[in-house]
Design a binder for this molecule. Structure first.
Ligand code: SF4
Length: 386
């Protein structure tokens, strides 16, 4: 019997400074707290040693944050040595690290390569220094360029750049110019998301006080449309609502999320899906470190645990699968649930096709969002709630 595949997500919840729009589980911390956290993380990784998960094939690893590149070389190496010691990495494992310009050195890049990291995701957000300042980012465009060039010079061949649209004061022309500028660098992958105003962020407050103005919905939609057109012309395919890649550089790790493969989240607030179970670690940094260092880490793992019903899984299959431009496979639905997709969602699919929001592939085997469907994707996804 062959072992099942497993993806790992490792959360590093530290940043130099909090960006004004960000509600991720991240923030500044002193060197001592960062070190304590890494000690706790190592203990959590160790806790999986004698479990069935340690025998599964690790096909992708994603070190995210926060700003993982804030860790020292020694800390990052300790994390990877422990991961490789406990888990069974496949030789062709995709290993991604997120980084922010201004936190990376040549020594750190060397360390990443030595640890087998083969994909880098850089948070740029915009090549416009004025907008970067407005967002509260710690870096300017030149610092991003320095990081990018350091990575290329070190031989990194798979780079993603994160970009944001619908930023305060941004026009469609400004956004498109910025995108063209970034494309000159020829990254392998681009993630392009609209700014979402999140409660409990300084931006939310600033917006409500009239201190920042955001582009309206139509401008936001236009930016999205132009992203697709510009990237398509430059040779990138859209493979998910907000993700674009040169052929063969689609992010395998994120695809596991959308295809509902098994993934294990390690670290503060990390979420996992293993078989029919979703669970999540505590999101309280002090509780996380104290419990692990006191030998009671198991108490803060699986804090929120949910056994998924077949109904939950069918819904997820549809709305996660439809995020991908290739859509969902009818055959895969039948294999997973022992029922025909038409028997469960026949009416919804028919209705959405009539509205031209969904389409069937030429050979009839897959269902995917249309261009019109992408614009109202949340509405489409809601139709699949049973
Ligand atoms: S660097 Fe990323 S994770 Fe950190 S505060 Fe900014 S947006 Fe949030």
């Amino acid at each position: 019997m062959t072992n099942k595949d497993l993806s790992l997500y490792i959360h590093i919840p530290f940043c130099e400074r909090k960006c004004l729009y960000c509600d991720f589980l991240s923030g500044p911390a002193d060197a001592h707290l960062r070190d304590t956290y890494v000690q706790a993380l190592l203990l959590e990784i160790e806790s999986y040693r004698n479990t069935p998960l340690a025998k599964q094939n690790i096909t992708t690893v994603f070190v995210g944050g926060g700003t993982p590149s804030i860790l020292t070389e020694e800390q990052m190496t300790a994390v990877f040595e422990k991961l490789r010691d406990v888990f069974a990495f496949r030789n062709d494992c995709e290993i991604t690290i997120e980084m922010n310009p201004g936190t990376v050195t040549e020594e750190k890049i060397k360390c990443y390569l030595k640890n087998g990291i083969n994909r880098v995701s850089i948070g740029l957000q915009s090549p416009d220094d004025e907008l970067l300042k407005r967002l509260g980012r710690i870096h300017n465009y030149q610092q991003f360029l320095d990081t990018y060039q350091m990575l290329r010079a070190a031989g990194v061949k798979n780079i993603n750049i994160d970009l944001m649209s619908a930023l305060p004061g941004q026009t469609v022309a400004m956004y498109c110019d910025g995108l063209q500028k970034v494309l000159e660098l020829e990254p392998e992958h681009i993630s392009a998301y609209s700014l979402i105003l999140e409660e409990d962020t300084p931006f939310y407050e600033m917006y409500n006080n009239g201190r920042i103005l955001l582009p309206d919905e139509e401008t936001d939609r236009l930016m999205y449309e132009r992203t697709g057109e510009i990237l398509y012309k430059a040779g990138y395919g859209r493979y998910e609502i907000s993700n674009y890649a040169k052929t063969g550089f689609e992010c395998r790790h994120n695809t596991v999320y959308w295809e509902r493969g098994d993934y294990l989240g390690i670290g503060l607030g990390s979420a996992s899906l293993i078989g029919h179970c979703r669970f999540k670690n505590t999101s309280d940094l002090n509780v996380y470190t104290e419990k692990w260092l006191a030998g009671n880490g198991a108490e803060v793992q699986r804090m929120e645990e949910e056994q998924l019903t077949e109904k939950d899984e069918m819904e997820e299959f549809m709305f996660l699968g439809l995020r991908m431009m290739g859509g969902v496979s009818k055959e895969k639905f039948r294999r997973q649930f022992g029922q025909d997709i038409q028997a469960v969602y026949g009416d919804e699919i028919e209705q959405l096709m009539k509205q031209e929001l969904l389409a069937c592939s030429d050979d009839g085997s897959r269902i995917s969002l249309t261009k019109k469907g992408i614009d109202v994707s949340n509405y489409v996804f809601e139709q699949f709630l049973l």
